[in-house]
Design a binder for this molecule. Structure first.
Ligand code: UTP
Length: 215
């Protein structure tokens, strides 16, 4: 089985639920404490052994690519001002990991955004992380998924429990126990079930795909 080396992070959505904050700023660049959300996600990927990030971007998302790029002009100014620690911090961000960008020309949905990565991913397994879904955990969620994939060799979806009265806003999965702790075999999947119609409340937050269908 091939090792998971690549993470696809779709960031091409319009972010309408966060308007007006996201009119000119990508949702993934909104900060939590001292850094943009997307940085936490990329750091999680790095901490989990991922070697390459494939960002699926769209018009107006250049701030995300710029955030992980080296800014020569800024670095020169910081050097003149002797801001050693700040320079080091920015250098670490731009050296975090290799990042490749692919454009999704129209916001045709999350599935389509992931499909845009097929030529860069090739025929190896890959993980999909959402640019705005943070998971707090001692062992990163991404690493837990990679470890599980190495055990079972199947596509995996990490799920979160959502409030019962909000299931109609999510894709919901149902499953049966596999014998591996906290792991279920998906038996049923419904996209945004009608309010009150779903007895379960598990919704996907990140995925491992065994491979893209033949390309
Ligand atoms: P969301 O469902 O959160 O959509 O997408 P959104 O457009 O970002 O936000 P709302 O619903 O308008 O408020 C989940 C992830 O999929 C990406 C988003 O950037 C987000 O990371 N996405 C969504 C794409 O890359 N392309 C799309 O066409 C849709």
């Amino acid at each position: 089985m091939t090792k998971i080396r690549k993470a696809v992070i779709p960031v091409a959505g319009l972010g309408t639920r966060f308007l007006p904050a996201t009119k000119a700023i990508p949702k993934e660049m909104l900060t939590i404490v001292d850094r943009p959300t997307i940085q936490y996600i990329v750091e999680e990927a790095v901490a989990s052994g991922i070697e390459e990030v494939i960002l699926i971007t769209s018009e107006g998302k250049a701030a995300i690519e710029n955030h992980f790029d080296y800014d020569f002009q800024l670095d020169t100014v910081l050097k003149e001002k002797n801001k050693v620690q700040l320079r080091e911090e920015l250098k670490n961000i731009s050296n975090l990991i290799d990042i490749v960008s692919v454009r999704q020309k129209e916001p045709l949905g999350l599935g389509h955004a992931i499909w845009m990565a097929r030529h860069v991913v090739g025929d190896e397994p890959f993980i999909v992380l959402l640019g705005d879904d943070l998971v707090r955990s001692k062992v990163p969620c991404c690493k837990q998924m990679i470890d599980l994939f190495e055990r079972v060799g199947e596509s995996i979806v990490a799920v979160q429990r959502v409030p019962m009265d909000q299931t109609h806003q999510y894709g919901i999965v149902e499953g049966e126990e596999t014998g591996i702790e906290r792991t279920y075999k998906v038996t049923h999947m419904v996209e945004k079930p009608a309010p009150g119609s779903s007895p379960v409340r598990l919704s996907g937050i990140s995925w491992i795909g065994r491979a893209f269908p033949s390309i």
